[in-house]
Design a protein around this ligand. Sequence first.
Ligand code: GLC
Length: 737
Amino acid sequence: MEEKKLRELLQSMTVREKIGQLIQLSGDFFGASDLATGPQEKLGIEPWAVQNAGSALNVLGADKVREIQKRHMENSRIPLLFMADIVYGYKTVYPMPLGLACSWDTELVKSCSRRTAREAAPDGAHVTFAPMVDVVRDARWGRCMESPGEDPWLNGVFARAMVEGFQGEMVPGENLASCVKHFAGYGAVEAGREYNTVDMSRWRFVQEYLPPYKAAVDAGCEMVMTSFNTVEGIPATANRWLMEEVLRRQWGFDGVLITDYAAIQELIAHGVAEDDYEAAKLAMNATVDIDMKTPCYANQLEPLLNDGSLDVKKLDEAVWRVLALKNRLGLFEDPYRGIDAEKAECLACNEENRSAARTAVQKCMVLLRNENQVLPLKSGQKIALMGPYADSKDLNGMWAVHGDRDAVVTLKTAFAEVLSEDTFATTAGCEMLDDYESLGDFGSYFKLGPTLENSAEEELEKSIALAKWADVVVFAVGEHMLQSGESGSRTDLTLPAVQRAWMERVLVHAKKSVVLLFNGRPLVLADWKNSVDAILECWFPGTEGAHGIADLLWGRCNPCARLTAGFPFASGQVPVYYGAFRTGRPADASSHSGRFVSRYLDCPNEPLYPFGYGLSYHTAEYSDLKLSDTVMRRGETLTVGAAVKNTGDVSGQEVVQLYLHDVAASVVRPAKELKGFQKIDLEPGEKKEVIFEITEEMLKFYDSDLQFAAQPGMFEVFVGRNAADCLVAAFRYETGR
Ligand code: GLC
């Protein structure tokens, strides 16, 4: 529709039609026969609010969406928007985002988002609540799994890739409008506890937590979602500095701002609003457009208008942003645009998507340990596969809410395709958890457990017998899928106790051992990792996880993934991250005696596995770090090069990383900051020189006045295979004549 016509539509709308556009309701409101006595009464809104609602939450299915849209259009001039959590897959599920990021492959990440959009759009989706790009440095927080990881710059790189993947050219039926979340800083919840307070200096917030969201906005993300947490004492959903000043004025975002689930009404619980009226006013003043699933906008915007607390101009601005998005999606010309049940059916987990998912798995699983070259497995070896994930379809992770669980390949199936009957045996081994109660009440939504058919003793006995029989025992262990994701915070980051105890009893009989780890966050492995030969971090790998893992185990491909979040040595060590400040008493370089430096008595400062870490079946040598100059003057660039040689006997890839350290500035600066990376292919024996350009932009940071600029002085430059293993050189940046 032409903008002029859209303006005319806006002007012609009644107040209730306008308010309706700012209301998002869940599926039970649409098409429910018991509307009046059911969800509508429970939420406490009037029928007009349902009839005029602007968007639906997590309602999908081509026929269902078409039917709901048809019924909606009988009472409204304005089509519904259908929005859903389609974060790392739709029916076909790719590795969870923390895993996808470990590919360090922006094209791969982009293609997974593009495929996801192509699979979901014909099934009625218009908008996805993704990418989630929260910087996460505290593995206690369950939503680590949804994030690309701990680094602000890298999270921004993947934010752009995912927005471009989902949105493409915004072709209805092919692409999805994306909604970057959770704005902002949700990953910094105190103590890693879900929905907890976030509070830090504005200086740090701007420097380390905002960049990934800005990358998404700069990539053209259509929507932004407010986060549950406070920012400088004001919940994000009511935070005018964050929303009006930063997001809209400074960043120029004029798209739709939606709240997270029930966040407007939660302003009351936060203690910044006395009631729904106050909450609605605060959210409108923060330019929040859509109220997800609370009665605040539905019931309070009219009173706010009537008593003069809300200017109709502000209402019209919010409504305009929603109408403009619907118009960009072509919904006024065709409310059913893009819906195609047959196409959706054909695309759902089709061979092409499965093959792409399998390739993604091959590139995202991180080889953490491989002693005595136990991996890759050799043909003819007798393999015993055991553990709670040996025959489980729960490989999609908590946030693959629309994933086709039945389509998930199990490890047992994938192994049986590689091995013969006389070289393969498997058993469940042990329960996933001792206590399923702690997972909370999901009713019949998930079958939580216990799941063992035999008694624990019988399973242990069988496990030991198989371990004695096998050449290699493959343990498929990890967190329950509901121990991560939303409301999945944990204070103890070790493997569930029942699994550790069982594994310990079986390991003594294993000739060789491989652990396949399924988890939604960095875990603490220190207590047992030296007792096993190999560990492959599998995350929640999705529909084709088992096939991709088997490809890696039997050497059909060479692991090349590298961590984008470090693994802590101990639960008490978090938050632990490579980009920390050095402090006045750095443990590795202080004039103070051994005791009086920044350290623990009972744990190293460093993580068990650092950011950027990962092994491959080849080995590599980094050498000959060279700088083009030892002085960089204002307006100039430097280049830094290093030689990387494949010293192994199989071809493989190296993720060569570039870090900088600003040695002295007007504010403290991280010991290292990732500034670039190159993923290179190397044949056995092949040596390549990898060149990076160092620009002035890379040197810039926010000073204590929040001025973004580079300051003269010494810089260290690091090139290496991970944050803890780099070659180093130095240069001086000069701004004088
Ligand atoms: C949830 C999550 C958010 C999700 C939204 C809609 O509470 O915090 O990530 O997009 O609600 O389901």
